[in-house]
Write a protein that binds this ligand. Structure first.
Ligand code: NI
Length: 215
């Protein structure tokens, strides 16, 4: 991915920001519909499709086509809130854009943390600040309802992919309970194998999804 990104065209990151977040955003991006972004994005979408943890945590209905950015020396993104609805151009000619409600945000780190200083993703929620800087290839999935910022890069360059997910389960508390329930059921299955009670719990999990999901 880094080889493709090294040869890609880069533009001002403000192109996908709203008026307010644009004032805080100082980075570079690969243009949204460029061949590089589309082909790398598809690699990520394919990987997400076979990732059970992502599926369980997000219960994704739609994933916004991944975008790619970089923060070179001095670049940062001040505290902001992501737009609640984003538009994806329909591939069908003249079709209305597809709307994606941004329930969750994702950042996939693509630079070894030893290769740059600063550039932490800081997510601000009701419990305070969470500072995130992961190995290349690791991704953080967090609530898009939170304010967040990226601290200035003071050495090297930080490359990453970022995008949003619309969940089948809109309510964050319900989505989190389903995630916790799924993890507990999977843990039990590993310990004792399937039995009648575990099948019943699995049934409850799916019936809650039927109750809460818009698919
Ligand atoms: Ni953001």
């Amino acid at each position: 991915m880094r080889d493709v990104m090294a040869k890609a065209e880069w533009v001002d990151g403000k192109v996908t920001a709203g008026a307010q977040s644009g004032q805080a955003k100082f980075n570079l991006q690969i243009p949204e519909n460029s061949p590089a972004a589309v082909s790398l994005g598809n690699v990520i979408l394919t990987a997400l499709g076979r990732n059970e943890l992502f599926t369980s945590a997000s219960l994704a209905l739609r994933v916004f086509p991944p975008l790619f950015n970089r923060y070179d020396g001095g670049m940062n993104f001040g505290s902001h809130i992501d737009n609640s609805i984003r538009f994806v151009k329909s591939s069908l000619g003249g079709g209305a854009p597809i709307r994606v409600r941004t329930d969750m945000s994702a950042t996939l780190f693509l630079t070894d943390p030893a290769d740059y200083d600063g550039g932490e993703l800081v997510v601000e929620d009701t419990y305070g600040e969470h500072r995130v800087k992961l190995p290349a290839g690791d991704m953080i999935l967090y609530s898009a309802t939170s304010r967040h910022h990226v601290t200035p890069v003071t050495r090297g360059s930080r490359w990453s992919s970022f995008f949003w997910i619309q969940s089948m389960v809109r309510d964050e508390a319900a989505r989190l309970m389903l995630f916790e329930m799924d993890k507990a059921i999977q843990g039990l299955r590993r310990q004792v194998g399937d039995n009648g009670e575990i099948v019943a719990l699995t049934g409850l999990y799916h019936n809650l999804i039927r109750r809460w999901a818009d698919a």
